[in-house]
Write a protein that binds this ligand. Structure first.
Ligand code: DQA
Length: 147
């Protein structure tokens, strides 16, 4: 079983990008932590990043039968995209939304998410740790769905 972890625009710059907000951890560091946790939980981790909305949509559409859930940090597209939540609705897999920063402590335009209505839950403000927490939660969700 595989968990797909998708990252949106500018998250490839993590570690160098506004470190006061987003920390010094790189996206590769977060991917490594997720793969390690995945191994413990018995999931393969498919960890990806794109700066293009359409590419994220195509990856969501292309989820094969081995994918049991999607963890998504849509980054800025969280606040603008209708196509991403539409694709998530179309595939019907459990979704957990993650943000490194506490979006609710930031500018008002970051308080609204088009992804949240499709998500089982949201984790924000805990940095890279949020991805690992989301994986733990996803393991439970997937178990519940299979039961
Ligand atoms: C983010 C929060 C978004 O508002 C922002 O556009 C990002 C990153 C986060 O992980 O904190 O690019 O999703």
């Amino acid at each position: 079983a595989t968990i797909l972890i998708l990252n949106g625009p500018n998250l490839n710059l993590l570690g160098r990008r506004e470190p006061a907000l987003y920390g010094r951890e790189t996206l590769e560091d977060i991917a490594a932590a997720c793969r390690a946790r995945g191994e413990t939980l018995g999931f393969a981790i498919d960890f990806r990043q794109s700066n293009l909305e359409g590419e994220l949509v195509e990856w969501i559409q292309a989820t094969h039968t081995d994918v049991r859930g999607i963890i998504l940090n849509a980054a800025a597209y969280t606040h603008t995209s209708v196509a991403i939540p539409d694709a998530l609705r179309a595939v019907g897999l459990p979704v957990i939304e993650v943000h490194l920063s506490n979006v609710f402590a930031r500018e008002p335009f970051r308080h609204h998410s088009y992804v949240s209505p499709v998500a089982a839950g949201v984790i924000a403000g805990l940095g890279g740790q949020g991805y690992v927490l989301a994986l733990d939660a996803m393991a439970r969700l997937v178990e519940t769905e299979a039961a």
